[in-house]
Design a protein around this ligand. Structure first.
Ligand code: GCU
Length: 331
């Protein structure tokens, strides 16, 4: 009898401990980290938070994505490395950064490639855009969706009215050699500096100017020392939200169907970001004007001079890439 009681007790202890574990399991929430180098109120960061809300709701609270803005988890290059190792689960990257790792992505950011934003979205929303999302797969990463980052133009410490004025200027570019080559085809010198260090480089006169979209130019305060914009819109750099391999694996462990749910939420957050971006771009230009920034819109002739100078890069493409660029142009 004593023996039976003993086994019963052991059974009860094991059973109750299993139950406890199961309850803990049921309550377990997967916490994942998402990095963005823009401020909290920026369209990309707002969309990241929207993505996190959607994922939380659609996973029934099982997946909780924490968004870190302002480059708090590092600059884009550092974030990329962390996504490789699973230290960061999701991050939004400018193509200027990603194409340093995936050279094929440079094709999507060639100078004056798209006639306008609508053209770029026709390309990215087609099978071409999907194919390029699929390019980002090193270390098991996945490209989830495209965000808008508008068109980039030059801004400088001294006025720019023509191609001649670009000669000899020291211009900051992203950490990407193709970008350096494209900008130096204008006769400028280039230097690759992380985004977060451009403000001080401009302030101390280490560089004469940089290039970016107007919301970035406004919110970084670059206009304080470089109040001349030459609105030539030479690049349109879409941005990609990337998921790490380890995030994908952990999500799959909750249930394989959640990976597709996360992808769907990312696509919805991208549609939201695109709406915010349109408003923000208009708003940035009118705020900059009020602040006394001189915005020069190039004449058609001057724009053609910029296009012609930067077009040398197209001559260096392989036959296969030239065909792809043609299909992008014809979309
Ligand atoms: C844009 C982009 C940033 C990027 C920056 C840059 O602002 O949104 O993610 O870092 O350009 O020029 O480096």
């Amino acid at each position: 009898m004593k023996k039976i009681l003993f086994f019963l007790l052991v059974f009860l202890v094991i059973f109750s401990s299993c139950q406890k574990q199961k309850n803990v399991e049921n309550e377990k929430v997967l916490i994942l980290r998402y990095a963005d180098n823009q401020p909290d109120f920026f369209p990309t960061t707002k969309a990241a938070k929207y993505f996190a809300e959607l994922v939380y709701a659609r996973s029934g609270g099982k997946i909780d994505i924490h968004v870190y803005a302002n480059g708090d988890l590092g600059d884009e290059m550092q974030c990329y490395r962390q996504v490789q190792f699973g230290g960061i689960d999701f991050s939004r990257f400018s193509l200027g950064t990603l194409s340093a790792y995936y050279p094929k992505l440079n094709l999507l950011m060639l100078p004056y490639l798209y006639t306008d934003a609508e053209h770029m979205w026709r390309v990215l929303d087609s099978e071409i855009g999907d194919e390029f999302l699929g390019e980002v797969r090193e270390d098991g990463m996945s490209g989830l969706c495209w965000f808008d980052a508008g068109a980039r133009s030059f801004y400088t410490r001294m006025p720019i009215d023509s191609l001649d004025d670009m000669r000899g200027l020291m211009i900051r570019v992203q950490e990407n050699d193709i970008m350096s080559r494209m900008v130096s085809s204008l006769g400028s010198e280039t230097v690759q500096i992380p985004y977060g260090s451009v403000y001080s480089a401009l302030q101390v006169g280490k560089i004469d100017g940089a290039e970016n979209n107007m919301p970035s130019y406004l919110y970084t305060g670059h206009y304080e020392s470089s109040p001349y914009v030459f609105l030539d819109e030479h690049f349109r750099l879409p941005e990609m939200v990337v998921m790490s391999r380890s995030a994908k694996k952990q999500i799959e462990e909750i249930g394989p169907e959640f990976v597709e749910i996360v992808r769907e939420c990312a696509r919805e957050s991208a549609a939201y970001e695109r709406r915010l971006w349109k408003e923000e771009e208009q708003n940035a230009i009118s705020t900059l004007k009020k602040m006394g920034v001189a915005i020069t819109i190039p004449t058609d002739e001057e724009k053609e001079n910029f296009k012609a100078a930067m077009s040398v890069i197209y001559n260096e493409l392989s036959e296969e890439n030239t065909k792809l660029v043609e299909s992008i142009r014809n979309k």
